[in-house]
Write a protein that binds this ligand. Structure first.
Ligand code: FE2
Length: 190
C-alpha cells in the first residue's frame, strides 16, 4: 500500500497573519507531496515496500531515508500547528516546568535553538531517556534515529516561511510558538 498525503488538519486560510494560503499550498501540496511521491517510487518493488515510515526512518539510508523522514516530519509539523491559541494541558505543563522551569522558559529555549539551527533542518521537543529535551536536526534528520520520541517540531527550512517572512526566521518562530497545537504535543507524551 503506497503512502498517501495526510490532508491539512485546518483550512489553508485560517493561519493568516502566521502562514499564508500561498505558503501552505506550496509547502503542503508541493513539497510534502513530493516527499510522499518519491518515497513511494523508491520503495516500489523492493524489500522496503510495505514498511511504515517510522521503520524506514530507523533503517533506510540516503535518498530513501531523506524522503521517508521528510514525509514523516511534514505530517508531524502540520499537526503541531493550531489556528486557535490553545492552553497547555496540565500534564504536559508539569513536564515542561520540571524540565525547563516554566512553559515560557521552554518556548524561549526552543525558539533560540531553532533560530540557531544552521541551514535547513528541524527543531524538536523530544522525550528521551534523560527526559524532555530540545534537539536540532539538519536536513531530513529525525530524532527517532537517536531513540528519542518526537513531541513537537518546527520546520526551519526556508520553504516553510520565506514567502511570508523572507529571511526573518525569528519572526516566523515567534508566530509559530503562538500557534502550537498543545493537545497534539500532549498526546505524543502519553
Ligand atoms: Fe518543509
Amino acid at each position: 500500500m503506497a503512502f498517501s498525503i495526510a490532508p491539512l488538519p485546518y483550512a489553508k486560510n485560517t493561519l493568516n497573519g502566521f502562514l499564508s494560503e500561498q505558503t501552505l499550498t506550496f509547502h503542503h501540496d508541493k513539497h510534502f507531496q513530493a516527499y510522499i511521491d518519491t518515497t513511494n517510487k523508491l520503495v516500489a518493488g523492493t524489500a522496503d515496500e510495505g514498511k511504515s515510515l517510522t521503520d524506514l526512518i530507523k533503517t533506510a539510508q540516503g535518498p530513501l531515508f531523506n524522503n521517508a523522514a521528510q514525509a514523516f516530519n511534514h505530517e508531524f509539523y502540520f499537526n503541531c500547528i493550531s489556528p486557535q491559541p490553545l492552553q497547555v494541558p496540565a500534564g504536559l505543563k508539569a513536564a515542561l516546568e520540571s524540565a525547563f522551569g516554566s512553559v515560557d522558559s521552554f518556548l524561549e529555549k526552543f525558539t533560540q535553538s531553532a533560530a540557531g539551527n544552521f541551514g535547513s533542518g528541524w527543531t524538536w521537543l523530544v522525550n528521551s531517556a534523560e527526559g524532555l529535551k530540545i534537539v536540532n536536526t539538519s536536513n531530513a534528520g529525525n530524532p527517532l534515529t537517536l531513540g528519542q520520541s518526537p513531541l513537537l517540531t518546527v520546520d526551519v527550512w526556508e520553504h516553510a516561511y520565506y514567502l511570508d517572512f523572507q529571511n526573518r526566521r525569528p519572526d516566523y518562530l515567534k508566530s509559530f510558538v503562538a500557534h502550537i497545537n498543545w493537545d497534539f504535543v500532549a498526546g505524543n507524551l502519553t
